[in-house]
Design a protein around this ligand. Structure first.
Ligand SMILES: [Ca+2]
Ligand SMILES: [Ca+2]
Length: 516
């Protein structure tokens, strides 16, 4: 039987049209966030270590939902959740066992929905980690492929009958030998690479991304995208096919209104920040210079000054993150020197690029006591100075607490005017109230000795930022061809002396308006 619309009464046609229209809009619900929300500061949150709501010693989604006021007060506009999907590792979460469910340690899908709703009510967007390149070896699809070479999922992964020779990924052979052939595992045997040339795998990821988008997620941090597709033993990193496929997933995500994508692409972040690939990518390379500049290294200050002259402003800047390869926690990088710490924060919070604050960074959290490597930088958040729990849980914390818990915790800093948190809050506030700082140009950037100076402009709004990393006051010329400097902000707690004497106090950050 054929469908003949001209035989239907008009009323039925209208009803059908309405139904289709409704379905289309239901699939792509309008965003509840302000357009451009993702230009504000983000916080990267490791849910396992953020806040425990049920006393099992493990952070969870409800713990996060209950502490959103704390984040809203800080002024962040977005949060990046490290993987919250069901995982085999029971820690970082990158070994996914179910791409469409919440890890039971963290709660339920209903808890996730409640988190999104509560975040949106506070003007905060939520993005989550999504791992395209691999699943856990415990994933049911891989388990089936591993046991049975005839499995329909065999071609979902990179299997070879004969183990390929001559491969070396970061000093390791990525091929894992089993009784039924070898499989590729770029990130180690527990995380087998998907065969991303298989359309069924691409479709599976598309449907999984839609699953979260339809639930209201505001975007994704796409993990390890330069590793999606490997060609041979020599050509495995950042292949053209990987860039193309990443762009494909980005387009799907952005077919929903007001979404944000930020990619982990360590080798070529500038390329991945392009609109046709991710639109956003972490500024790997800049983070190495931030702490060095803060400690007064002239060469690092110069590199910081130059960075955004060439780099796209859609990059995402950070001082440290959850991976040890990007450095220790900022506190440990500057050996607990609070002046250096504040200068490091100012260095990246006022530059172009979307800033990503690593959870605990805003209160000066140190590494977890007695631990090394990645667990060292992923400790439970210091809510209070309680020596056994840090206020993180009513039970026993799953991991050692921060080494400087006694002196640096959220409760002690929230009402303290000169605290690190107050400093972060001030700078984020300036970023939020002055569009020139969040999306303006980057002009007249210079590093004169140990002084960094640049102008940011947005329409008629002109902002001049000066950071003196030296332990001595410095002479400074005002930028040419612009209005008289009017001081907006000076820190840490020093008297502004410009423009009276034309000097900038030692180890200080100053923000001026240069409007006529
Ligand atoms: Ca818990
Ligand atoms: Ca791969």
């Amino acid at each position: 039987m054929f469908f003949k619309p001209y035989l239907l009464p008009k009323a039925v046609l209208f009803a059908l049209a309405f139904l289709f229209a409704f379905q289309a809009s239901a699939q792509h619900k309008p965003s509840l966030l302000q357009e451009g929300w993702h230009r504000g500061a983000f916080m990267e949150i490791f849910v396992r270590s953020w806040r425990d709501s049920n006393g099992d010693g493990i952070g969870d989604l409800n713990g996060l939902t209950q502490s959103l006021d704390h984040l809203q007060d800080l002024g962040v506009k977005g949060i990046w959740l490290m993987p919250i999907t069901t995982s085999a590792d029971h820690d970082h979460g990158y070994a996914t066992t179910d791409f469409r469910n919440i890890d039971p340690d963290y709660g339920t899908l209903a808890d996730f929905d409640a988190l999104i709703k509560a975040a949106h009510a506070r003007g905060i967007g939520v993005i989550m980690d999504y791992v395209l390149n691999h699943s856990a070896s415990d994933h049911p699809f891989f388990q089936d492929a591993l046991r049975n070479p005839q499995s329909p999922y065999r071609n979902w992964y990179e299997w070879r009958q004969e183990k390929p020779m001559g491969w070396d990924i970061w000093g390791r052979d990525p091929w894992v030998v089993t009784p039924h052939g070898s499989y590729l595992a770029t990130f180690g045997a527990p995380m087998p690479d998907f065969n991303m040339r298989n359309p069924a795998v691409v479709k599976y990821h598309e449907d999984s991304l839609r699953f979260w988008l339809d639930r209201g997620i505001d975007g994704f941090r796409l993990d390890a995208v330069p590793h999606l597709i490997e060609n041979n033993a020599k050509d495995w990193n950042d292949q053209p096919e990987s860039r193309q496929l990443t762009g494909h997933f980005t387009r799907l995500i952005k077919s929903y209104p007001n979404k944000y994508v930020v990619c982990e692409a360590t080798a070529e972040p500038h390329v991945y920040a392009r609109e046709d690939i991710c639109g956003g990518a972490f500024a790997f390379g800049l983070e190495n210079q931030i702490a060095k500049a803060a400690q007064g290294e002239a060469l690092a200050i110069q590199k910081v000054a130059q960075y955004y002259q060439k780099a796209p402003h859609t990059l995402a800047s950070f001082a440290s993150n959850h991976d040890q390869f990007a450095g220790k926690r900022l506190w440990d990088q500057v050996s607990g020197n609070e002046t250096h710490y504040k200068l490091a924060a100012a260095t990246y919070l006022l530059l172009p690029g979307t800033p990503f604050i690593y959870y605990g960074e805003e209160i000066g959290m140190a590494g977890a006591k007695g631990l090394t490597d990645d667990p060292f930088i992923r400790g439970p958040y210091s809510w209070t100075h309680h020596t056994q729990t840090a206020g993180f849980t009513t039970g026993k914390p799953y991991r050692a607490l921060a080494g400087n818990l006694a002196t640096h915790h959220a409760a002690g800093q929230i009402q303290t005017p000169n605290s690190l948190r107050a400093f972060y809050k001030d700078l984020i506030k300036w970023r939020n109230v002055r569009p020139s700082l969040s999306q303006g140009t980057y002009e007249q950037a210079s590093a004169q000795g140990q002084v960094l100076s640049y102008v940011r402009r947005w329409g008629s709004e002109v902002t001049w930022v000066v950071i003196n990393y030296s332990t001595q006051p410095a002479e400074i010329q005002k930028p040419s061809g612009l209005g008289q400097p009017r001081l907006l902000y000076a820190a840490p707690a020093s008297e502004p002396s410009f423009p009276k004497q034309g000097t900038i106090p030692a180890q200080s950050v100053q923000i001026f308006s240069l409007e006529p």
